[in-house]
Design a protein around this ligand. Structure first.
Ligand SMILES: *Cc1c(COP(=O)(O)O)cnc(C)c1O
Length: 398
């Protein structure tokens, strides 16, 4: 048996690799600098071009580009009419923003449990948490795999809830052949550097609904309109005149970020196929290791994975997840954990959320670990990651 690096052995590789990394090349740099040398740094033509490109790529009616994925979620909640006293159902296995956006609106996030095999929100648990205060469901396509759209749609229709899809992980994923973004009432994307395409920061809201679209536009730019047909107050006095007709925020994206995202979108197909190749190789390797549980894929989801998660079967290992994680880091494979259940955080605990309320989520959390997945990984890197996982498993096998 190979000696673990953490115990003084030789690491499987010399340079450290991380769970995620952006891909930015010379044409991205050119696209950004061109904007910087031009007239519009914000509110210019690149933002509109990005929106039209997203609409075309997804096959949806409206895209609104915003400053980040969290802003997109906040705007989605505003457009959905989420307000004080309402409840919004989401998953605890997500980034905190998926729940925080309900709090921004004065509503209460309610956590439904996950499916222990797909790790996505369980539609039956959504149903069990519906009250007469429930206004919306924020379903997260965790790791890039799409949620059970058909069942969630049916529940939302039955109870008149707005179906918001947090697709921060799942751009380019398809559900029964349809692009993510064309499925829910409002879909949100993030373009943070660890996500599939990036603008440094950036986000977008996608909808096919004209009413939601109008509200999304207002929400992300101060509730201010220049559109005369929407004005309701003082008479239109001149070309300077605009009105604030709702409370909004400054959640605009800059033109140079939009230019980067437009440039990244031209590489999206390439990113998708490389991510799929790596996932295929990982699945093949890890499905042969009894101590590792591979995430289940639903047949409806043609998934572009943002994260690759291995789940340790800790009953079959002599180490803790922390020891496994540290051993991987010593092999120069720096993993990450996605995510601590949101309601475990002190802020949520102070709001009165109970530990133990989503048992599947808490059980899954104990064993999960995100290993490197990004298109820049070489085949050699991928084999190093597999080698490291095998090496650590062998050393801690019961
Ligand atoms: C990244 C992420 C967000 C937030 O996006 P930002 O662009 O970082 O604000 C929201 N939800 C999920 C699931 C995410 O992974």
């Amino acid at each position: 048996m190979e000696k673990l690096a953490i115990k003084g052995g030789c690491p499987v590789r010399s340079g450290k690799i991380y769970y995620g990394r952006q891909w930015v090349d010379e044409d991205d740099v050119q696209a950004v600098t061109k904007v910087l040398r031009g007239d519009f740094l914000t509110c210019g033509p690149k933002v509109e071009e990005m929106e039209r490109n997203l609409e075309k790529y997804i096959g949806a009616k409206h895209a609104v580009a915003v400053s980040n994925g969290t802003a997109a979620l906040h705007c989605a909640c505003i457009a959905a009419g989420v307000g004080s006293g309402d409840e919004v159902i989401t998953t605890p296995i997500t980034f905190a923003a998926s729940a925080n956006c309900a709090l921004y609106c004065g509503a209460r996030p309610v956590f439904a449990d996950i499916n222990p095999e797909t790790y996505n929100i369980d539609p039956e648990s959504i149903r069990a948490h519906i009250t007469d205060k429930t206004k919306a469901v924020i379903a997260v396509d965790f790791t890039g795999q799409v949620v059970d759209v058909e069942k969630i749609r049916a529940i939302c229709d039955e109870y008149h809830l707005v179906f918001i899809e947090d697709a921060a992980h799942s751009i380019a994923t398809k559900y029964n052949g349809k692009q993510v973004g064309s499925l829910a009432d409002i879909t949100t994307f993030s373009f943070h550097p660890v996500k599939t395409i990036t603008g440094g920061e950036g986000g977008a809201c996608i909808t096919n609904n004209d009413e939601y679209y109008k509200k999304l536009v207002l929400a992300h730019t101060h509730g201010i309109t220049h559109d005369e047909s929407l004005m309701e107050g003082a008479p239109h006095e001149g070309p300077w005149y605009y009105e604030e007709i709702a409370l909004g925020y400054n959640y605009r994206i800059t033109d140079f970020q939009a230019a980067l995202i437009i440039s990244q979108m031209t590489k999206l197909d390439k990113f998708v196929s490389r991510r799929k190749e790596i996932v295929k190789r990982y699945n093949e390797a890890f499905s042969k290791i009894p101590e590792i549980i591979v995430q289940k894929e639903i047949p409806e989801s043609d998934t572009c994975r943002h994260l690759y998660i291995i789940r340790l079967d800790l009953d079959k290992l002599t180490c803790s997840r922390k020891e496994f994680f540290d051993a991987m880091a010593a092999e120069n494979v720096q993993c990450q954990i996605h995510y601590v259940p949101v309601y475990w955080f002190p802020y949520y605990q102070r709001l009165g959320y109970e530990m133990g309320s989503c048992p599947n989520a808490e059980e899954v959390y104990k064993g999960i670990m995100s290993i490197p997945l990004y298109p820049k990984l070489t085949d050699e890197d991928v084999e190093d990651v597999i080698h490291a996982v095998k090496k650590v498993v062998e050393n801690y096998r019961k």
